[in-house]
Design a protein around this ligand. Sequence first.
Ligand code: HAM
Length: 417
Amino acid sequence: MIQRPRGTRDFLPDDMEKRRYYEGLLRNVAKTYGFREIATPIFEESELFILRSGPNVLGELYAFKDKGDREIALRPEMTAPAIRMFVNEMSNDPKPIKMFYFGQCFRYERPQSGRYREFFQFGAELIGNPNVESDAEVISMAGAMIRSFGLKDYKIRIGHIGVLRQKVSDSGVPKERMAEVLQKLDKKNYDEATPLLKSMGVTDDAIRDLYDLTETVGGPEVLSKVPGEAGDYLRRLVELLRVMGVEDPEIDLGVVRGLDYYTGMVFEAEAPALGAEKQICGGGSYTLSELFGGEKVFSTGFAVGFDRILLAAEKEGQTYEKEGIDAYVVPVSDDVRLESAKIVTMLRDEGLRSDIDIMGRKMAKAMKYASITGAKNVIIIGAKELESCSVTVRDMVSGEQKVIRIENLIEELKSRQ
Ligand code: HAM
C-alpha cells in the first residue's frame, strides 16, 4: 500500500465539509473588511523566497529543478507571491489594495501536532498605505476572524520590530549578525543569547538593556516605557484597536517573528490550548516590492494558520454538525426505478440535496445507509403509491411517515429544511 508523504494529510468528506464551512467564515470576515480574493501559483521561482528571506530559507523549502533547468520552489507562504503579483500586475492600481488568499503552503519541517509539511494559510495583505490605520485594519480583521471561530482562549500580542532592531544595532551587533541575535531573542533564549552577544563585544549593561526591552510585556500601560516615535505609534494603534473590536491586546516588545522582512509593527495571536505550536496567526508591516523590481511600497498583513485555528476550536470543544442531505430516494422494486430516477432529478433541479439508492438494497439496509449519510428524509417509491401519483416520505428525525402526492413533494421537503 502506498502511504501519503510525511507531514501531509488526507481530508475525508466529513473533514472537507467542516473545513469549507470554517473557510467560509474567514472569507466572509475578509469581505466585510473590504478585502478581495486573489490566487497565485502553488510553485514559484525559488529566487522569490531567497530574495525575501536570504539563502538560509532553502533549508525549509520544497525546492527542485524543473525539466527546463529552472529553480522552482513550492510556496512556503503567500506574502512574497502576493507582492510579486502586485509588482507584476497591479502596481498602478489605486491604493490601498486590500487582498486576501487561502491555500496550501509547504515547509520542510519536522512534523508534529499542529505542524505539517503541507498546511493551509488564510492571509491578507493591505498594500500602499504606511500608517497606523492600515495596521489597525489588519489586526482588527485578524481578531474578527478568530472571534468568528468562536474561540475564547486566545491572546493577541503586538510588538514593534523597529524598536528592537534599533536597540540591537545600538548595542554594537553588526548588521549581518542581526538575524542570529533576533532569533535567540524571539525565543527569549537568553542562555544562548548572552554568550553570543558577548562574543560580539556587547557590554553587560547593553545586554541588560536589551533584555529589559524584550521583557516589556503587559497591557497598553507598559507603552509608557517605550520611547520615541515607535511608542507614540503603538499608543495610537492601541487606541484605534479599542474601538475596532480588539479591546485587550497585549504589548510584547519581544515579538520578533521568524521572517526577517518586517519593518515596524509585528503581531501574533496564540491559542495556549495548542501547546508548543500555539501560534495561530502572525503578521506585521513590511516592504518587499522593491526587492522584486517594483517601487518601494509599504504593506501590512497577516496569515492565519488555518489548520491550527481549527485545532484550537476543537480543543475548546466545538463540534461541527454534518450538513447531510434533504432526501434519499429508495425504489422499492425494479419496476419503479425509472420513475424514481425522474423524481430524484426533479428534486435536484429544485436545489434539494438528494441521493438515490443505486445498490438495489433492501429497505432496512437502505434506511441504515440513509441514516449514516445524514439524510433528513427518505422517499420510499412503491408501485402501489405511484398508481395514485404519491410516494411515502419518512422523517428520519421523528421517524414519522406519511404519503404525499408527488406534486406536493418539493413544497413538503422545502418546509422541512
Ligand atoms: P508565519 O508566521 O510564518 O507568517 O505563518 C503564519 C501562520 O501559519 C502561523 O502563525 C501558523 O499558524 C501557520 N503555520 C506556519 N507554519 C506552519 C506549519 N508547518 N504547519 C501548520 N501551520 C503553520 C507568514 O507566513 C507570513 N506570510 C504572514 C504575513 C502576511 N505577514 C505579512 N503578511
